[in-house]
Unconditional design. Structure first.
Length: 404
């Protein structure tokens, strides 16, 4: 039997619109630049990617082979939302070895530390609530908090990071829910907050009633100077600081393995949010990372990577004076992956970028990293992906483009 459906002349109604938050937050300018500059001849300082030639490919492959050979059923099965016990135990031991008492139950494994930001935004922020961020700030954090509907207020910063006096005034004025900070080798600026400012932030958070999200994806990539304790280690911060970490910069970003450490009630809320997002982080990746940590010396590997990155940083710092216009300034990072520069007043790095790309080199304009009024003369450059010779050539091209 054939059923015929008569045609109708009534026009179809339009589909319902996308959520307003999508238009309000937008995409990542960094990823947009990477798409435009994908030509192999472009020396691209715009990315934030670790150097792929320094991945321990053999060690990671061996770890995957071991777990798939010895426990394939478990490796390929669903896992608990909070994360595989072996990996949580190993990560907790690494954190405790650096002075912050931590057990496996103090952690939730996340699909990269970026997911940790999204989970925290879901668990902590009601639409319209005020939060505080550094100025400038990690771009994807601004996106995560923007999607949650937060009212984002920037905290004034200098080359040493957050100004504690300004922070105290803003907390008193706005009564925010949380402060987000990357205190060590910050993205985008590369700056590091000294211990006395970390202690001041902990004191303000305790006195004013404030959550602190302390993001630390770069902290192990130190080239020089002394390590400051995490904010979570200072008096007053113990019950209100969430520490985020990641294997992306020290093992491999493709594993998408991060974690958050925090108070039990908040961890439970984040686990519930994670259940609705992805159920759990891939089991095989977690087990392989745990096996890698058991069979290899990650600290020794990170030391080798940091040694190489220092050479790259020095190559970039050596060439900036000739590449940038007279009167430009920049921050000398003690580690991490980025150099932040400011051109003299009157320059607009976003407007200049198309001409710069025509010279087969690229950077990220600084404006998208600001929650408040942007500084159009700023820019970020990543120094870890290119060789020192490529960095020198890229800076030569950049200088030619800026001289016009």
């Amino acid at each position: 039997m054939t059923v015929t459906v008569a045609a109708t002349s009534t026009p179809a109604a339009p589909t319902p619109p996308l959520a307003a938050r999508v238009a309000a937050v937008g995409g990542s300018p960094v990823r947009d630049i990477l798409a435009v500059t994908a030509r192999p001849e472009v020396i691209n300082f715009a990315g934030g990617l670790p150097a792929p030639g320094l991945f321990d490919k053999a060690g990671i492959a061996a770890a995957f082979q071991a777990v798939l050979t010895e426990q394939p059923e478990r490796a390929l099965q669903y896992a608990t939302t909070e994360g595989e016990p072996a990996l949580r135990t190993a990560v907790a031991a690494r954190i405790a070895a650096r002075g912050l008492d931590t057990g496996a139950d103090d952690l939730v494994i996340t699909t990269g530390s970026q997911q940790a930001l999204s989970l925290l935004a879901t668990a902590l922020i009601e639409p319209g609530e005020t939060i505080l961020v550094e100025s400038p700030c990690y771009l994807a954090a601004l996106q995560a908090f923007g999607f949650a509907g937060a009212h984002i207020v920037p905290v004034p910063c200098d080359e040493a990071g957050i100004d504690p006096s300004a922070l105290d005034e803003l907390v008193a004025l706005h009564r925010p829910k949380l402060l987000y900070t990357v205190p060590t080798f910050q993205n985008p600026t590369g700056r590091t907050m000294p211990g006395e400012r970390r202690a001041a932030i902990a004191e303000i958070a305790a006195r004013r009633g404030l959550w602190v999200i302390e993001d630390d994806p770069y902290g192990e990539l130190r080239f020089e100077g002394e390590r400051a304790p995490w904010i979570a280690q200072y008096p007053g911060a113990e019950d209100r600081t969430v520490l985020l970490g990641s294997f992306s910069k020290v093992m491999a970003p493709g594993l998408r393995l991060g974690w958050l450490r925090g108070p039990a009630a908040l961890l439970r809320a984040c686990a519930i949010a994670k259940q609705s997002a992805d159920l759990h982080t891939p089991t095989v990746n977690q087990l392989a990372a745990a096996r890698y940590l058991a069979d290899n010396d990650l600290d020794a590997h990170v030391a080798r990577v940091a040694g190489e990155y220092r050479v790259h940083r020095d190559a970039m710092l050596a060439g900036l004076g000739d590449a940038l216009p007279e009167g430009s300034t920049w921050i000398r990072p003690e580690g991490g992956m980025f150099v932040w520069a400011r051109l003299p007043d009157g320059y607009d790095t976003a407007a200049l970028l198309p001409e710069v790309v025509e010279h087969d080199v690229a950077y990220v304009p600084g404006a998208p990293f600001y929650a408040g009024e942007p500084d159009p003369a700023t820019l970020r450059m990543c120094f870890v992906t290119q060789t020192p010779d490529e960095i020198a050539e890229g800076l030569r091209r950049l200088g030619g483009a800026l001289r016009g």
